[in-house]
Ligand binder design. Structure first.
Ligand SMILES: *[C@@H]1O[C@H](CO)[C@@H](O)[C@H](O)[C@H]1NC(C)=O
Ligand SMILES: *[C@@H]1O[C@H](CO)[C@@H](O)[C@H](O)[C@H]1NC(C)=O
Ligand SMILES: *[C@@H]1O[C@H](CO)[C@@H](O)[C@H](O)[C@H]1NC(C)=O
Length: 373
């Protein structure tokens, strides 16, 4: 079954379950109007099923007094880089926005429900620091739902694992900047567009959320390789979008060859945008994201799509195994106000790439949650 067919089937099941629930007289609530955390213990209330039936990535940001979803000071792991309030960000309204898809409501995130549904399972984010951002967001959100639950934390250079031991749910981060390998060879560090050694560590996981892009653009001192290998050719450099296409295709082949869709759900976290040029959002005076306190109004971004999005859609479109694209680019582009900017701990300079927590990645996880229902 192709990925579209697969997800249509999931959607159909979701719709059927809503229908059955309403026939039983236990209709799902309209989530847009409930601002408490749901409970999720009563079997008739499949909260969120109503949110699945629409394009969740088209919509706009609305002010919502009940946000944020958690108090960042209570989160058990939060890198200084994302902890904007602790590091002096003076404004707070960026915390107060809820994503409103045009055609439906996003189900309210319910951490307890997620832990119960995914009891005994492993959820792993694989990718660069944008994955760290989303991983820490999910840990904060789950912890806020069950603040007294026991957790364990294990960490080494590549793998960090938080386990909610009462539920047996592990939320993991596998650090990989390119997904494909960088190998030390005689000539120096080689980015190998055709090889994924680390894939072995991703097997046996129940939910995989992949991401890579930002490092593909890095040049000079912040480029962690000396050569790029493309098949038989070893090059000093190549067009970065072409390289990204080849690397992502290697990843796609790995997924097609190694993933059993009955056991593992695979997501690709779409391109996370940066806000380093005001003219992109129609503000000639803004040098970057610093001082932005409001989202872009409405549902369109003046700067238009990011070229790397085209690579993602074409590579994912050619896969044989179902991969769900968390297509977060547009909704994130609208959040020029959601970056750490100068309030990012020891991070040097202006950070207009990562995102404050609490903040935007919570919405990415809300959508992930909706897709996991
Ligand atoms: C959740 O719902 C169950 C059954 O409806 C109830 O027994 C329980 O007290 C509720 N828990 C909370 C925290 O509201
Ligand atoms: C990190 O920990 C994992 C799981 O315990 C292990 O498989 C892996 O080899 C470790 N990696 C490093 C670099 O130590
Ligand atoms: C945002 O757009 C909506 C609809 O176009 C409009 O009603 C509203 O006044 C705008 N808000 C701001 C702050 O510009």
């Amino acid at each position: 079954m192709g990925s579209r067919a697969q997800w249509s089937f999931v959607l159909l099941c979701a719709l059927l379950s809503v229908l059955i629930a309403s026939l039983n007289g236990t209709a799902t609530e309209s989530f847009g109007h409930t601002h408490h955390l749901g409970n999720g213990t009563s079997p008739g209330r499949r909260e969120g099923a109503s949110g699945i039936s629409c394009n969740m990535f088209r919509g706009s940001w609305v002010y919502d007094q009940s946000y944020p979803l958690y108090d960042s000071s209570t989160c058990p792991i939060l890198d200084p880089e994302f902890d904007c309030q602790r590091y002096g960000r003076p404004d707070k309204s960026y915390l107060k926005y809820r994503w409103k898809p045009d055609a439906c409501e996003l189900p309210r995130f319910n951490g307890l429900d997620l832990l119960r549904r995914w009891k005994g399972k492993k959820i792993m984010f694989v990718g660069d620091s944008i994955s760290i951002n989303q991983w820490q967001s999910l840990v904060c959100m789950l912890h806020a739902a069950v603040p007294d639950a026991k957790t364990t934390y294990k960490k080494n250079d590549t793998l960090s694992t938080i386990t909610f031991t009462d539920y047996g749910v592990s939320v993991m981060l596998y650090h990989s900047t390119y997904l494909v390998d960088i190998v030390e060879e005689r000539i120096g560090r080689v980015l190998r567009l055709d090889s994924i050694q680390s894939g072995a560590a991703w097997l046996g996981v129940d939910v995989l959320v992949f991401n890579t892009w930002h490092w593909w653009t890095h040049k000079g001192k912040s480029q962690p390789w000396d050569y790029v290998r493309d098949g038989d050719q070893v090059l000093k450099d190549m067009d970065r979008l072409v390289a990204f296409n080849k690397g992502l295709t290697t990843w796609a082949k790995w997924v097609d060859a190694n993933i059993n869709p009955a056991a593992t759900k695979v997501f690709f976290q779409g391109i996370s945008p940066t806000h380093s040029k005001g003219p992109e959002w129609g503000d000639k005076n803004a040098k970057n994201c610093y001082g932005q306190t409001q989202p872009v109004n409405g549902s369109t971004y003046p700067g238009g799509p990011v070229p790397a999005q085209g690579v993602v859609t074409s590579v994912l479109g050619a896969m044989s195994k179902p991969v769900y694209l968390l297509d977060i680019t547009l909704l994130s582009q609208l959040r020029r106000d959601a970056h750490p900017s100068a309030y990012s701990g020891d991070h040097p300079g202006m950070d207009c790439s990562h995102w404050c927590l609490a903040g935007l990645p919570d919405t990415w996880n809300q959508i992930l949650y909706a897709k996991l229902l």
